[in-house]
Each structure stands twice: as C-alpha cells, then as structure tokens.
Design a protein around this ligand. Structure first.
Ligand SMILES: [Zn+2]
Length: 506
C-alpha cells in the first residue's frame, strides 16, 4: 500500500538556500525559488515553462511543492498549464498537497486547476493530503473548493482509509467530523478501522471506534478477518485488547439498551454501603449522580449556561481561514469544536466541560458542573466511614465482658460477633479508598488540574511550556484555585495564568 504513494524526487534539495545551489534551468530556479534567474531564463534566453524535465516533472510542480506563490503565478501567466500531469498524471496541486501548501493551492485553483484531478492510482489532492496528514490543507480544499472528501481511489480507498492507515488522528477527526463514510470497504474488503488496526495505531483506532458503530468492529475483510483479529495477528496487543473490549461493550450495550435505570441502580450497589450513615446524605449523592456534569450541546450552545458560551462553538469550520486551532478539539461524535479541557466521554456519549473522569460508582461523568457535588460526596463518604469504624470499635470495647484468661478478646469478638467483624473489614476498605480519592481530588483542586489532564498530560499541547516541559496554565496558585472552587464550584478557564503554548505559537 505504502509503496504506491506519491514520490517526490529529491525534494530535500529544494529546501536549500538558492545562493548555495547551482540554478541552471527553469526547473531548479522554480524549485529553489530564484525568481530573478527564472525571469532571465524565460524572458532573455527563451526557455519554455510548459515542458517537463527529464523525469517528466514541470516547473509548476517544483514551485508548488515549495510554496513559491509568486513563481507559481508567474509560471501560469507565462504558459505553464495548471493541469499538466507528470508521468504518473500528478498535477501541481498533488505536489502542493504533499506539504500542505495552502497559499499555492489557492493560486492554482483560482487559475483553473481541477480539484478532482486524479493520478494513475486514482489519487486526488484529498488522498495525498490524507496520506501526508495535511489536515488544514484538506479542510481548506473541502471548505473552499468543495473537494469530494469521500471519493475512492482505484483500490476503493477513501481519504479516511489513508489517514487511518498512516495513523493521522487529527485528519481522521476532521474527516469524521465532516461525516466521511466509516463503513466503506476497499477492494480487499477493509474498512478504515481494519487499516488502523493493521498498523497498530491506538489513537487512530480510538477515534474511529468512539465515532463509529458496532458494525465496523464486526466487519470481515475478504480474507475473513475483523479488525480485532487483524490487530492480534500483527502482534499489536494493546490495540487488539482495546478493540475486543469495544466489541464486548457494543454487544453488552445491545442487551441493556432499555435498561438504563436498572443499570444505574446496579452500579450504585457499592454506594449503598456508603450511604448507611445519616451523615452521608443519599440526596447529596443522587445530586452528583444525576446532575449535568457540563455537557456541551450539539447545537453549538452550552446547555442552560449561556454565561459560559465558548466562542469556539460558534466557529464555522467552512470558514477555515478563521480557525487555525488544534484539530484534536474536533469531536467527530458531537460535531462540535469543543473548548480546551473538555473531552468526549464514550460512556455518556457527550463532550463534558472540564472533564475529570467517568465515575462508575455514580454512573456519570465528573466535570465542571458537578465536581463540587462529587467532592462533597466523597468527603462525606470518608467522614461517615470513619465515624462508623470509630463507633463500632467503641461499642465492641465497652461491651467486652470479663474474659477467662485463656481466651483473647480478638478471639471472643470474632466468634461472638462475626457480623460486626465483617462490617468493620468492609468499612475499613471503604475508608481507605475514600480517603485516597478525597486526598487525590483535594490535591488536584489545589493545583486546578483534572484527573484526565494528569493522566494524559503528554497528549495535551496546552500543558507544555515553550521548553516542552509540563506546566499548567490554569494554575493560579493554591489559594485562588481553592477559593474559586469552593465559592463558584469551578474555575474559570478564561482566566489563564499565562497563555498556553498553542496560542503563543499562533
Ligand atoms: Zn463529544
């Protein structure tokens, strides 16, 4: 598959400084961006710009590859054909797509280049952009020139197949966001998920599975393999494990589609022990259970919270010149550009603001709008399990009778009160778990960082400083973090202690 891709001959040469290389013809002048010499060759020496070099490549291709817009314009005005194809029928637009040269693509397309021009393999500019992970370029030609992003090449592979095969997760997000077909099978019967599984790219598989349906997990290729089998066949154990979990999850979900309430109560079982004390109000627990954790609505407006409406949610991706942001903020499932710090929860099927984690105990996400309730809930859980242990031990102690000298008090309690001992053991386990959870949450609140950010810090560009080291732009110091959390219940993301890296860069 990879061998048949576009091959760009000696393109590393073309990045050299024009002063350091010998510019001896129109091809090298175009490749190195030497406008003066190009003009001399054409206007004084009478060289043609419409003929290819010995390898069949045109001056327009060389200039397009290296984003020399003025030269591209000049070549078009002096006889260069925008749609001329080399030996493999690739045009200048194909070459611009390799490096994602948007400015050159604009010049070519506005001068009559065909956006759907295909080479001998049936690759169009959209395929090449997907093969090289040029997400912004791909979005640009789709938005501005209506490029068909779902078109198959000669082997039946769409740009989504290529992005999945190459493991470009952001390109996959963009294509899914634009409703590219996930179920398409190529000539070998492979879906994009088959190719991602074959290459063992976990991020690509994750994006495809979360945005897809259970059908894609079951589809078999012409050799009779589904994506799980392909991944384990190739020795990608991580990916095979993830995919088979997803497969089981999809099958289980089918069996309990109409049993949401039963499911929720079943999951609450461990909590019933936590609720035994009047101190741990079941009402409070239920409020963090059922409360909206900060779901971001598909329509592009926050649910019930007009105060926190994020400008990102109103950006139209078709107006691609405005948005140069982080492609990982696209949610292919909710079809929104989600704010920084939010994440899509596959269990709740929503994007959640300031996503912390999905808690199986309360069968809900913990996010911006219910973190305060959740924190109070685990504090009360810790307190009540501590009180219960203290009261139990005190009761046992005061109820101890005078024992004969050969019997120890431990033996007496275990034999006489097995129920109390079982309760105490369970309560101690809960006390340890609740104390650990409360301490971890309190420390995260003091640093204004979520559990998700701590776990995936390496994947989030906004959590890195210019030196590449970890730094949290939302940390306003322990006192302010705690005060904001205790008073409002959340911290305001608009107040950034220092601008994150991606904003500095753009
Ligand atoms: Zn989402």
């Amino acid at each position: 598959m990879a061998s048949s891709e576009i091959e760009v001959v000696s393109d590393s040469q073309a990045q050299k400084n024009p002063n350091e290389v010998t510019v001896f013809d129109v091809f090298s002048a175009s490749a190195y961006g030497d406008f003066e010499k190009l003009r001399k060759f054409v206007e004084e020496d009478g060289f043609s710009l419409s003929k290819p070099d010995g390898n069949g490549y045109y001056p327009l291709q060389w200039a397009s590859l290296n984003n020399f817009t003025d030269i591209v314009q000049y070549i078009i005005e002096h006889g260069g054909d925008v749609n001329a194809g080399d030996n493999s029928q690739q045009t200048a637009l194909h070459w611009a797509a390799v490096r994602g040269q948007i400015a050159v693509a604009d010049v070519l397309l506005q001068n009559g280049a065909r956006v759907e021009a295909a080479d001998v393999n049936g690759y169009r500019a959209v395929h090449v952009a997907a093969q090289y992970g040029q997400t912004a370029f791909l979005n640009h030609i789709i938005a501005k020139y209506n490029a068909d992003f779902d078109v198959p090449d000669n082997d039946g592979r769409s740009p989504l197949h290529w992005a999945a095969y190459k493991g470009f997760a952001d390109t996959i997000r963009l294509l899914l966001f634009r409703d590219a077909c996930q179920g398409r099978q190529d000539k070998e019967g492979c879906t994009p998920l088959h190719w991602a599984a074959l290459r063992g790219n976990i991020e690509a598989c994750t994006v495809l599975v979360h945005a897809g349906t259970k059908q894609e997990l079951m589809v078999k290729d012409n050799a009779g393999f589904n994506p799980v089998q392909l991944a384990s066949d190739k020795g990608h154990r991580h990916v095979a494990f993830f995919l088979s979990n997803a497969q089981q999850g999809a099958q289980q979900a089918l069996g309990r589609q109409n049993l949401r309430w039963e499911d929720r109560e079943y999951r609450l079982c461990p909590d019933i022990i936590l609720c035994y004390s009047p101190c741990n109000s079941p009402l409070h627990q239920l409020s963090s259970c059922s409360k909206d954790p900060g779901y971001i609505k598909r329509s592009g407006v926050f649910s019930n919270h007009t105060d926190s409406e994020d400008p990102l949610l109103n950006i139209d991706l078709n107006n691609s010149s405005i948005w140069t942001g982080n492609w990982s903020q696209l949610c292919p499932t909710c079809k929104i550009i989600r704010p920084v710090r939010s994440k899509h929860c596959p269990a709740c099927k929503h994007c959640v603001e300031q996503f912390d984690h999905h808690c199986p105990w309360i069968s809900n996400c913990v996010g911006k709008r219910n973190k305060w309730d959740f924190f109070i809930f685990i504090c009360l859980g810790t307190l009540s399990s501590f009180l219960a242990a203290a009261v139990t031990i005190q009761r046992i102690w005061t109820a101890l009778p005078a024992l004969p000298s050969e019997e120890t008090w431990i033996h007496h309690v275990v034999v006489q009160h097995p129920g109390v001992v079982t309760f105490l053991v369970l309560d101690t386990i809960i006390l340890i778990a609740a104390t650990t959870l409360t301490t971890a949450q309190a420390s995260q609140i003091a640093r204004n960082i979520t559990t998700n950010e701590l776990a995936n810090a390496i994947r989030y560009g906004y959590l890195r400083g210019p030196d590449g080291q970890f730094r949290n732009p939302y940390n306003h110091g322990c006192r302010k973090n705690c005060a904001d959390f205790l008073i409002q219940g959340y911290t305001n993301d608009d107040e950034i202690a220092w601008p994150p890296l991606q904003q500095v860069a753009s």
